[in-house]
Ligand binder design. Structure first.
Ligand code: 8GP
Length: 831
């Protein structure tokens, strides 16, 4: 308030408002101005990087006003806000998205052309903001886009990693990790050096009495690290709403301590302190669906959560409302368990800082939080050693123990006979060492818990969280099936298809209400429409083929069926099943006569994805795929009939090229393991068909688009347990097709057999946990069906169109509206 301009001077401000460009001429002027003043360059040394920077700055200027106004509107109306806490935001590039959302892309295209550049070249100068691993992080990015587009007053809170997910190089068939330093020049972030929070770690708790004789806990000593806010504008589509993504960066607290050290000449240790502080936000942990209990990770979590809550509470306190109204003003969504310490931190603030009683505080806490679970895989469920929490956050551990005590007392009351129940649901696992179960803490601390697709939400309620359903009742648990933003994943990635759709559905309104796609259904039998549709797919395939040629120097035939599996490499996602199938196809082709071969449908098998650096088996899978490629791609017997491609460094921007070019994509996880999947939705929305298992959102995609338009195969989730049991007790056989594949591998057809021994014996000898052998035959049979159906192009294209027409449900807008209504109890803000 003190920083406000006094009333009489405000007129000068109002009349001197900066106006951003309105037409192409003004856009060009701003680009030139930024090149010459902001970048201090000229037309004699303006390369594409400089042109990108200037264009980004011109669009940034245009966003800022809307951004400021949105924030002001939120403050003035003092409406309830949603805070989305996520350790990952896999944003990708911002410029193209900003241009589309403010509808300025055509102006930019013409303007850049005039200035001597091609817009595509300029867009591709930008580094991806790759602050995430995979599905969970990309979902958070789609949600930000939808929340802004739907005018929800929403904030994202995360960490500003200096290094995002590593860059992947494939060298001699192996994955090599290269650091992703992406911040060289980032016009999309605004450092807020005035928005800082000091975060405490370690130390001890001293109890004392206040003037009323009440016992209070004082967390003292330890070390302090400062969090600095960096803000990123998140523009909504076709609305002035521009929300904020606030990312925290760590730096050494500039206390007297440092000065003292400096004055004493202890330069080295003073610098070391600084580096230790900066390490907290230095790097994204590169694991997907896997938790490794590292102290630095826990530090990241608390650092980010404490800074965010401080910010949220500070904002709430400005309104001078009573604490009881906190949940009416604030909803906080926990994106998986990574931010669960927020539950404890808010309870601590209310108890220790604000002096509320336990029950009053706890009611506020539980009414505020919602928790989304993203996986049932046991290795991904977070647990932290009690000793580590005690050391790093001594006061928080006390509060966790109290939360657990009161929770277990209530359970005991409700289920007096079930003694086992208490140890099963305890937030503290009585193991050696004792562990804090973060998912349990998140459930106890939230009013709603949701899964991310119907099957997944059923599974968490009947397996890992079964006892909690008994305790709290089924109402606390719900499903919100994931979605994707059609702006990025159709309009931006596939502009020609978007244009064709717009021409038939009444303009671009479908980007705001994806169910409008159903108007396409009437064109399924329209020959001309089908032809245009097919031409666009072909052009997208040509673009990908060129990319493959330029990066790998391999020629692929764009008329072949492009069969794509791009996602993180994981045994449960079963890229090994895919590559075994490819080997099987190769062996069959080799056995055929030249005449027989002529009848086969040509195929390009395309893989991409990163393995966690410490996930040895996943790296073996990458190696095998590459080795198969180097044998198959050179084999003159096979020629165009089969090519195997590994695309290096799969990321958001590459997905935007790959997805529109797919005929068939693979979503073939062991049933019950993939919580939802979101790329399955992206592929179908871009006119590709799916081969998949009955898992995650594949099931709802099937329900929406119809069984005839998807290639399903394999074990059902309800049968998985029995099959695994049988494997363990020896009733497990590998059929002859898969035997042949193993034989080819183990006789060294694809390089040193020793390299792949573990991959083969995981299936053949060690229980085949992911049921590769059970599903192999139905997988190859289904692939055969795909070959047959692809030959009938008219019918194939009809299926694609019909599928797209029925994909309306999978917009992240639908998803955000469900969260808003069912979980956050929040309304859009009128603009
Ligand atoms: C992923 C799920 O694997 C994927 O099926 C889903 O579509 C996506 O979340 C978005 O909901 N889960 C994770 O990435 C995950 O659980 N990561 C870490 C928490 C372990």
């Amino acid at each position: 308030v003190e920083a406000s301009i006094p009333e009489p001077q405000r007129e000068a401000w109002t009349k001197n408002q900066f106006e951003s460009f309105k037409d192409q001429g003004e856009f060009e002027k701003e680009v030139v101005r930024h090149v010459e003043t902001t970048l201090a360059r000229s037309m004699f040394n303006c390369d594409e990087t400089a042109a990108y920077s200037a264009t980004a700055l011109a669009f940034r200027d245009r966003l800022i006003k809307d951004w400021n106004k949105t924030q002001q509107r939120q403050t003035f109306t003092d409406s309830k806000r949603i805070y989305y806490l996520s350790l990952e935001f896999l944003m990708g590039r911002a410029l193209d998205n900003a241009m589309l959302n403010v509808k300025g892309k055509d102006i930019a295209k013409g303007g850049l052309n005039e200035l001597g550049f091609r817009i595509e070249d300029i867009i591709s100068q930008e580094n991806d903001a790759a602050l995430g691993n995979g599905g969970l992080g990309r979902l958070a990015a789609c949600f930000l886009d939808s929340m802004a587009s739907l005018n929800y007053p929403a904030w994202g809170y995360g960490l500003r990693y200096r290094y995002g997910i590593f860059k992947q190089e494939i060298i001699d068939g192996y994955q090599v990790e290269v650091p992703d330093y992406w911040l060289d020049f980032n016009p999309w972030e605004f450092p807020r050096h005035d928005v800082t929070v000091d975060i405490q770690f370690y130390g001890h708790v001293r109890k004392s009495q206040d003037e009323n004789g009440k016992t209070v806990a004082n967390w003292e000593g330890g070390e302090v690290v400062t969090a600095v806010a960096y803000d990123m504008p998140i523009p909504g589509y076709d609305t002035p709403s521009t929300n904020n993504l606030r990312l925290w960066s760590s730096k050494a607290a500039s206390g007297e301590f440092d000065f003292q050290k400096f004055n004493n000449g202890e330069y080295e240790s003073s610098v070391a302190d600084q580096q230790r502080a900066e390490t907290i936000s230095a790097v994204l942990y590169p694991n997907d669906n896997l938790e490794r209990g590292k102290e630095l990770r826990l530090k990241q979590q608390y650092f980010w959560v404490a800074a965010s809550l401080y910010d949220i509470v500070r904002r709430f306190k400005k309104s001078k409302r009573p604490w009881s109204e906190f949940p009416d003003q604030v909803a906080i969504q926990l994106n998986d368990t990574h931010p669960t310490l927020a539950v404890v931190e808010l309870q601590r603030i209310l108890l220790d800082k604000e002096g509320l009683e336990w029950d009053e505080a706890w009611n506020i806490v539980t009414a505020t939080f919602g928790y989304t679970n993203h996986t049932v895989l046991p290795e991904a469920l977070e647990k932290w050693p009690v000793g580590l929490v005690q050391h790093l956050l001594p006061r928080h551990l006390q509060i966790i123990y109290d939360i657990n005590l009161f929770f277990l007392q209530s359970v005991e009351k409700k289920f007096p006979e079930d003694r086992d129940m208490l140890s099963r649901v305890s937030i503290i696992e009585e193991s050696q060492p004792k562990m804090v179960r973060m998912a349990y803490l998140a459930i106890v601390g939230s009013h709603k818990v949701n899964g991310v697709a119907e099957l997944h939400s059923d599974l968490i309620q009947t397996t890992i969280f079964k006892d909690f359903v008994k305790i709290y009742g089924a109402d606390k648990f719900t499903n919100v099936t994931n979605g994707i933003t059609p702006r990025r994943w159709l309009h931006q990635a596939n502009p020609r298809l978007s244009e064709l759709i717009a021409s038939k559905t009444g303009g671009y309104d479908y980007l705001k209400d994806l169910t409008t796609l159903n108007k396409l259904e009437q064109y399924v039998d329209d020959k001309d429409f089908r032809k245009e549709w097919a031409e666009i797919k072909y052009a997208n395939k040509v673009r990908l083929a060129k990319y493959i040629k330029s990066t790998l120097d391999i020629t692929v035939n764009p008329a072949a069926l492009f069969d794509v599996q791009v996602k993180r490499i994981h045994e449960y996602k079963r890229q090994q099943l895919n590559i075994f199938g490819v080997i099987y196809r190769y062996l069959q082709l080799k056995e055929m006569s030249p005449e027989e071969r002529k009848k086969q449908a040509p195929r390009v098998s395309i893989f991409g994805g990163k393995a966690a650096p410490g996930y040895w088996m996943a790296k073996q899978i990458i190696h095998l795929i590459n080795n198969v490629g180097s044998v198959v791609n050179k084999d003159p017997d096979v020629g165009d009939l089969l090519k195997v491609i590994y695309l290096e460094d799969y990321n958001v921007s590459k997905a935007e090229i790959i997805i529109p070019a797919s005929d068939l994509s693979e979503h073939i996880s062991t049933a019950g393991t993939e919580a939802s999947g979101t790329s399955n939705m992206k592929f179908v929305l871009n006119g590709g068909l799916i081969i998949g298992t009955c898992d995650g959102a594949n099931i709802e995609i099937t329900r929406e688009i119809g069984q005839d338009n998807i290639f399903l195969f394999g074990t059902l989730s309800e049968d998985v347990e029995d099959l695994r049991h049988n494997h363990t007790y020896g009733k497990h056989s590998v059929d002859s097709g898969l035997q042949k594949v193993f034989e080819a591998i183990t006789t060294g057809k694809f390089g040193d057999a020793n390299d792949f021994g573990a991959l083969v014996s995981a299936v053949r000898d060690h229980g085949d946990y992911y049921l590769v052998s059970d599903d192999f035959q139905s997988y190859v049979d289904t692939q055969k069906m795909v070959d047959e159906e692809y030959k009938n192009q008219e019918e194939w294209v009809s299926k694609c169109i019909r599928s797209v027409a029925r994909m309306g449900f999978f917009s992240s807008d639908r998803c955000i509206n469900e969260y808003a209504e069912e979980i956050w109890n929040i309304e859009p803000l009128a603009v």
